[in-house]
Design a protein around this ligand. Structure first.
Ligand code: FES
Length: 105
């Protein structure tokens, strides 16, 4: 498994943040005490989900309001508009937030 350190694990409940990994971005949301990661580039038209908002366990894209479940990446609001979003596992390692198997390019 490939691990990319994103930075200090200092997100608080309800925080939403994007992190660069190579030439891509991963979005991390802190919900229910867990760090939940999706591809930051919305598969609809490429807007950054980290610029959106959290509603319950869903992140809502700032451009066209598609909502993606933070645990599965499933498109839960507009299935005909775009695909599900890729999700990733995270872990904490010596106070650092780490994303697992993110496809760095
Ligand atoms: S770019 Fe995200 S919903 Fe359109």
């Amino acid at each position: 498994m490939k691990r990319n350190v994103l930075g200090p694990a200092n997100l608080k409940e309800g925080d939403l943040r994007g992190y660069p990994v190579g030439k891509r971005n991963v979005m991390v949301a802190c919900v229910g005490g867990k760090m939940k990661a999706l591809d930051d580039w919305c598969n609809h038209a490429g807007c950054l989900l980290s610029g959106g908002r959290i509603e319950g366990n869903t992140v809502v894209c700032p451009c066209h309001e598609v909502g993606f479940d933070l645990d599965s990446g499933k498109n839960v609001t507009s299935p005909g508009i775009c695909d599900d979003q890729q999700r990733y596992d995270t872990e904490l390692q010596d106070g650092q937030l780490v994303v697992i198997d993110f496809p760095e390019v």
